[in-house]
Write a protein that binds this ligand. Structure first.
Ligand SMILES: *Cc1c(COP(=O)(O)O)cnc(C)c1O
Length: 393
């Protein structure tokens, strides 16, 4: 029986055919031994590649000791990871959860409650950016306003979110009202197509927020945790948020997420006001500590910068070679976008047939999200497969 036609799974993922049995570093293997070069990395999740020994060790060591106790009890591994994250960025407090959407929800809740506790409950609206993506929960789809994601799901056309155009300061100004509580921005957009916000724009947004007493939240679920060459992407843009969602790469493949914030906002989560059963569990926290341990090794992020620059330079040359198929290359570090003139989905299918895996993104683009420790040989292999496939289009 075909695994797909009679699947008991919901249909929302389109029943993919390809299945893998194991992974090692940048490669995935099927049960029949076929080898694929994986530059999707679980959509920017497996930050250190598949089955990195340090992560396997951390997970198995913890699995043999203790899996889950709930937040009724102190969790040392979580306190350690929270401390480490606050040392690595603007944040003073951390709430752990299990997915990017949950980290976004936590941020939105902190924002609303911050103003509520200040006696300004009317300041409750949040401005998001067009073409943004913040996850699939009701609040996250309400914020991003992508009709493909909202249709049939929302009761009210106004769920408390307004929108502005990324990079356009005037449109942000125009979206601000006396009810605006916060602005949420992905410093590098992922799902909508890889779009890097400029330093100038983010600084202008920060200034506007400060001027109007509005909070600034960053969504670094995809672009954070080393992906762009700094631990968090905004750190190379000279702007700090008040709140930030982090997930995907943080667990290296184990589902963990974090909402990070300055104390003055995080303090709105008073005793009993928020929680998560699985959030911050010992297994996930142990892996998170191992991920952060690897990423903060001497020279690790510099290597991400260098390999990202090399990769994008080589892709620019491919663009010049095939201008009829490739429009332009975008990105930062190892978060790379290839905007296509040819059909991006079709290109992905052809690359997959040649054993290279990439991810589709918005605006007819393809995302390249290799492991952060990808080798130059692996990058060269991907480039040569792309060159070959493009030459045959
Ligand atoms: C993936 C993603 C999310 C949602 O994360 P989930 O773990 O799927 O809930 C939110 N924001 C951005 C920018 C993402 O890329």
């Amino acid at each position: 029986m075909s695994a797909n036609s009679s699947s008991a799974l919901t249909e929302n993922y389109g029943n993919p055919e390809l299945e893998f049995e194991r992974g090692k570093g940048s490669y995935l293997f099927t049960s029949s031994g076929e080898k694929y070069l994986d530059f999707t990395m679980g959509i920017a999740v497996n930050s250190l590649g598949h089955c990195h020994p340090a992560l396997v060790d951390a997970l198995t060591a913890q699995a043999n000791k203790l899996w889950h106790t709930s937040n009724l009890f102190r969790i040392g591994q979580g306190e350690k990871l929270a401390r480490k994250l606050t040392e690595l960025c603007f944040a003073e407090k951390v709430f752990f959860c299990n997915s990017g959407s949950e980290a976004i929800e936590c941020g939105f809740k902190m924002i609303r409650r911050h103003f509520f506790l200040k006696g300004q409950a009317n300041k409750n609206r949040i401005i998001s950016m067009e073409q943004s993506f913040h996850g699939r929960t009701l609040a996250a789809i309400s914020a991003a306003k992508n009709p493909l994601h909202t249709e049939g799901f929302l009761l009210d056309s106004d769920a408390g979110f307004d929108q502005a155009v990324l990079g356009d300061v005037e449109s942000l100004k125009a979206a601000i009202s006396e009810n605006t509580a916060a602005v949420i921005i992905e410093p590098v957009q992922g799902e909508g197509g890889i779009t890097v916000a400029t330093k100038e724009y983010l600084n202008a947004a920060r200034e506007l927020c400060d001027k109007h007493g509005i909070l600034l939240m960053f969504d670094e679920v995809q672009c954070g945790v080393g992906r762009t060459g700094s631990f968090y992407a905004h750190q190379q843009m000279g702007v700090e948020p008040d709140i930030m969602a982090s997930a995907k790469g943080l667990g290296g493949g184990f589902p963990i997420a974090a909402c990070l914030a300055k104390e003055f906002v995080a303090s709105s989560l008073t005793l009993g006001s928020h929680g998560s059963t699985f959030g911050g569990n010992p297994l996930g926290m142990s892996v998170g500590n191992a991920v952060v341990g690897e990423l903060t090794r001497e020279g690790f992020l510099q290597r991400v910068v260098a390999s990202g620059e090399y990769f994008r330079e080589q892709l620019e040359q491919i663009q010049v070679k095939y201008p009829e198929h490739i429009d332009r290359i975008s990105g930062l570090g190892l978060m790379i976008g290839v905007y296509c003139k040819t059909d991006a989905a079709e290109l992905l299918t052809k690359l997959k047939a040649e054993k290279l895996l990439l991810v589709k993104a918005g605006a007819n683009s393809v995302r390249i999200l290799p492991a952060l420790n990808v080798s130059y040989e692996e990058i060269d292999s991907a480039l040569s497969i792309m060159d070959q496939v493009l030459s045959q289009l």
